[in-house]
Ligand binder design. Structure first.
Ligand SMILES: [Zn+2]
Ligand SMILES: [Zn+2]
Length: 179
């Protein structure tokens, strides 16, 4: 069951391949890369953000149900995301349906008034992409602050994570694969 990564046309261009390669390295899977053919749903004018749940609804209803695309799907978008009760989220996964979304909005140095750097952006997008896909292939959050499955609340916590799964998460993944 192959993983597919959908790239929003407005998400930063030119970093797709390095991000996909790094995700492949982290998870030990080889994801496909497809351009996302729709506009991004769930815009909230008051917040100037997009509702991540509505984006997942669209992935689930249209791509999973109507087009019957098998395997985990991850959308990468430049839109800033929220869920009810949270100021923002870096990403969101719905494991029961095999769909997830990641936003690059708060992964760019510009957002924090720092000097733009594609390497930082690629690392962060790959870590967050691998994290959400990790949920879709059976992993929960991990307490190890260096593990990709650790849940970061800030950019610094995200940067502290390494581009890998910790041994415990790797073992969990392997046990899923044996089934
Ligand atoms: Zn998570
Ligand atoms: Zn872990």
């Amino acid at each position: 069951m192959g993983i597919n990564i959908l790239w929003d046309q407005q998400a930063p261009g030119g970093i797709e391949l390095p991000v996909v390669r790094m995700i492949a390295m982290i998870l030990g899977r080889d994801p496909g890369l497809v351009e996302y053919p729709f506009l991004i749903d769930g815009y909230d004018r008051n917040r100037d953000q997009h509702d991540a749940q509505k984006i997942l609804d669209r992935l689930q209803d249209t791509l999973k149900r109507r087009y019957d695309i098998p395997g985990p799907l991850l959308l990468v978008t430049s839109k800033d995301l929220y869920v009810n009760g949270c100021d923002f989220v870096f990403g969101l996964a719905r494991p029961a349906c095999g769909v997830a979304v990641v936003s690059t909005a708060r992964l760019e140095n510009d957002y924090y008034g720092r000097t733009p750097d594609d390497t930082d952006l690629i690392d962060r997008a790959a870590k967050e992409g691998a994290h959400e896909l990790g949920h879709l292939i059976g992993l929960d959050h991990c307490g190890n602050p260096e593990c990709v499955m650790f849940r970061p609340r800030t950019l610094d916590e995200l940067d502290r994570k390494r581009k890998m799964l910790c041994p415990a998460c790797r073992e969990t993944l392997a046990s899923w694969e044996e089934r």
